[in-house]
Design a protein around this ligand. Structure first.
Ligand SMILES: C[S@@+](CC[C@H](N)C(=O)[O-])C[C@H]1O[C@@H](n2cnc3c(N)ncnc32)[C@H](O)[C@@H]1O
Length: 300
């Protein structure tokens, strides 16, 4: 099977969550099951969530292949269970599956390499396929709907706020002019319009921020995280740990502020004064890890 996703900061996550035999762990972004596999190998009980059915298919395959002895995924004695759900409903899903009073929760935010690299999913610059970007295929609004439907000012704000794009205004203008000629329907078409405004410098594609902003908006990523964090804290047992890996400054700020508020209220102890970052070796082996930040807190 093609590698679905290389788990980021794996030893750091295992250490942070102190995975132990029989402990209950929720991987709220199970993806290809990279982190979850490692939890299983340490004999933890796993509840894995993902909103993408393709991710769950991969996770099911990799969990049963990696740990055949724990392939039992049904019944009260199951060592792992996968549920298609949005992590904003984490507390509800955990309670329904007997995973309240959990020992640990992991949120590894954003998209997987599989999602990014499957051209039909519409996340990648060179894809000739429709500009889609939905992680959950049941969502109603695609990236093409936003690019063709939002006003110039709304596009500018989106690129500034979620993409931290310095040329937001010029890009919004260029896109509105381009779509007057013909709707922008494919990823490649969008990347081509961006390339007319931003020149290619270095290794990072000039459309990276625009694509990131659209992806965050299509999947309502910041609101989902805002709802998931209190849910995660609610279902942890005292002494249980919450680990969050973020890849975007907006997400990291949200996690940092949530942790601080909870610490001030006496409900959480922050275990990472500064976020943990991947080692140089990890960044070299897996360039996608380079913007990862891990924050860990313990429920009081
Ligand atoms: C970075 S990948 C996780 C990779 C995983 N840790 C691994 O090692 O294979 C993030 C996953 O979270 C899922 N995801 C993103 N937002 C979600 C949400 N709101 N609810 C549920 N799953 C979500 C994505 O579909 C994706 O599969």
């Amino acid at each position: 099977m093609k590698l679905f996703h290389q788990p980021v900061l794996l030893p750091e996550v295992l250490q942070a969550l102190r995975v132990k035999k029989g402990g209950k762990y929720i991987d709220a972004t199970v993806g290809g099951g990279g982190h979850a596999q490692a939890f299983l190998k340490l004999s933890g009980k796993i509840l894995g969530l993902d909103c993408d059915p393709e991710a769950l298919n991969h996770a099911r395959e990799s969990l049963s292949t990696a740990c055949p002895s724990s392939a039992l995924s049904r019944g009260p004695k199951a060592s792992w269970r996968l549920v298609r759900a949005n992590f904003k409903d984490l507390a509800k899903v955990a309670k329904m599956n007997g995973f309240d009073q959990a020992d640990g929760v992991l949120l590894d935010l954003g998209v997987s390499s599989y999602q990014l690299e499957t051209p039909q999913r519409g996340f990648s610059f060179k894809s000739p396929y429709p500009l889609d970007m939905r992680m959950d295929p049941d969502l109603k609004v695609t990236a093409a709907d936003l690019i063709n439907g939002l006003g110039k000012n709304e596009l500018k704000k989106l690129f500034e706020k979620l993409g931290e794009e310095k040329l937001a205004s010029r890009l919004a203008e260029a896109l509105v002019s381009a779509r007057r000629v013909k709707p922008i329907l494919s990823c490649q078409q969008l990347a081509d319009v961006v390339l007319k405004v931003k020149r290619k410098k270095g290794k990072i594609h000039p459309a990276t921020q625009v694509f990131q902003a659209l992806r965050i908006a299509v999947n309502d990523e910041l609101n989902n995280l805002r709802e998931a964090l209190p849910g995660a804290l609610e279902i942890l047992k005292t002494g249980g740990r919450l680990a969050v890996i973020s890849f975007h400054s907006g997400e990291d700020r949200l996690v940092k502020d949530f942790f601080k508020d909870q610490e001030n209220q006496g409900d959480l102890k922050i275990l990472t004064k500064k976020p943990l970052r991947p080692s140089w070796e990890e960044m070299k082996a897996n360039p996608r890890s380079r913007s990862a930040k891990l924050r860990v807190g313990e429920k009081k």
